[in-house]
Design a protein. Sequence first.
Length: 244
Amino acid sequence: MKKLIVANWKMQLSYQASLDLARKYSKKISGLKKEVVICPDYLSLPIVATIIKKTKLGLGAQDSAAVTAGAYTGEVSPVNLRALGVKYVLIGHSERREHLHENAAIINAKILAALAAKLIPILCIGERLTEKINGQTKDYLAEELRRALKNVKIKTAADLVIAYEPVWAISTNKNAKPLGAEEAEEIQKFIKDRAVKILHKTVRILYGGSVNPKNSSEFLKQKNIDGFIVGGASLKVKDFSLIC
Ligand code: PGA
């Protein structure tokens, strides 16, 4: 499977700035050996879909509802995202766990709903600084995986992606710094092995957290790093195209 590079624009851009950046991506990032996916905010998704239509760029959403339809004010159905041309959806990003109080049950339901709608969930997991300091990283990740993937069945290895994003390494967090490539590799392998036991398929495991043009090639040399989620550096087309 191709390496997958996901641009997570979060809520960092105005509507107009999202469209401008999508146009720049369309011009600068093409003919790639890697699969590149943009995750804009919901509001700009439809227009970004039109802007990138003739390119090889793919479309992702930053979240989707835990059900496919119904009386859920303010939610967005994975079925509608799919109809718009969205292929991937980030689920369980640490910012949603922290600021929007998403718990394991919600994340599990969102994965099941996304799969039912034929979206490819990108499940985000990662330890916080507390778990890291207390030496609980692997136990914490194993538990996050177990709970998020409860009752999840996939037909092929391409149907689901996992992203390892140590919370303390995400660039917007205080004193953030990226994990070393070799340390990351060891944890990525741990996650891959665990995921195989649960899913019976070898899914792609991405790395996320302060990825930039300087450290990206070192990460990609590792056997178990199948791509990235890029936040801050995805807002600068030059940096992002260098990573790609
Ligand atoms: P970062 O964000 O690249 O800015 O650290 C990654 C993420 O939050 O997905």
